[in-house]
Design a protein around this ligand. Structure first.
Ligand code: COA
Length: 241
């Protein structure tokens, strides 16, 4: 896949999976992941976990030729899954929300992805006041009233994607992970505790369906501009062996 960044999106609305596929996804997990999958009482959460880990392994297998079941993950800073073996320049990140699961894969770059559900209850006013910069708040306020929640979620998704790419967790004030959006293009404008942070990051937004938003954060510190390819991930893409 050369220097392409792949962002694959699985949508549960596209159809169910057969029992054999679920069994296969489970067979690729390492013991700690099986234990974790079994702890989920909520079936949607369990399914999202299995599909996400399955997508990461299937995409790594496509990119490298190493079989899905041969990938081992460890937990990095703040719980981010990292590739423990085999040794590889590839990195991935996962996100899931309400039936949509996204997996972003890049080579020799940090990468983060977030999915938000646009129909979630509107708590944007309170949360925005805590999580947004003054410029972001002004931009949200300037949107038509019925578009403010979505505008807020655009910023929220970008913030999460960046924090996930850096594996920073909740240690950073979200208002400092700030963006300016011009003509639909997000530009990173870190401030406060992040003032002076490297801005060589590329951000992309996509709407994989009417109710979901996806943001991806890609490290561009090596100077090369990434070719970001969004794609739909169908269950048939999980390899049979
Ligand atoms: C841990 C965190 C990344 C989980 O986010 P979430 O919205 O609950 O869930 P998402 O669907 O976006 O992401 C979950 C996936 O991200 C990955 N992940 C977990 N911790 C991660 C971290 N610290 N960094 C990057 N990716 C992480 C995992 O693959 C996880 O899925 P899996 O365990 O099923 O494989 C998030 O809570 C976090 O720390 N965000 C930082 C930003 C922040 O402060 N947010 C405020 C939250 S109230």
């Amino acid at each position: 896949m050369s220097d392409d960044v792949l962002v694959a999106v699985f949508n549960a609305d596209d159809g169910g999976m057969d029992a054999e596929t679920w069994t296969r996804l489970r067979s690729w997990l390492q013991p700690e992941e099986v234990e974790r999958a079994d702890k989920y009482k909520d079936m949607e959460a369990r399914a999202s976990f299995l599909i996400g880990r399955g997508m990461a392994r299937a995409m790594l297998a496509e990119a490298t030729g190493v079989a899905p079941g041969d990938w081992r993950f460890s937990e990095g800073p703040h719980g981010r899954p990292e590739i423990a073996s085999p040794d590889t320049p590839y990195r991935f990140n996962l996100a899931h929300s309400h039936g949509v699961i996204a997996c972003a894969l890049a080579k020799s770059r940090d990468i983060g992805v977030d999915v938000e559900f646009l129909d979630r209850p509107d708590s944007s006013h309170d949360v925005a006041a805590r999580a947004c910069s003054p410029d972001e708040l002004a931009d949200i306020a300037s949107a038509p009233e019925d578009g403010r929640k979505e505008r807020f979620l655009v910023y929220w998704t970008l913030k999460e994607a960046y924090l996930k790419a850096r594996g920073l967790g909740i240690s950073v004030h979200l208002g400092d992970v700030a963006f300016l959006i011009k003509d639909g293009e997000p530009a990173f404008a870190p401030r406060g505790s992040l003032a002076g942070a490297d801005t060589r990051w590329h951000f992309r937004l996509a709407q994989p369906g009417p109710r979901h938003l996806v943001a991806v954060a890609v490290d561009t510190r090596n100077g090369a501009t990434p070719n970001i390819r969004f794609q739909r991930f169908a269950a048939t893409r999980f390899p049979a062996a």
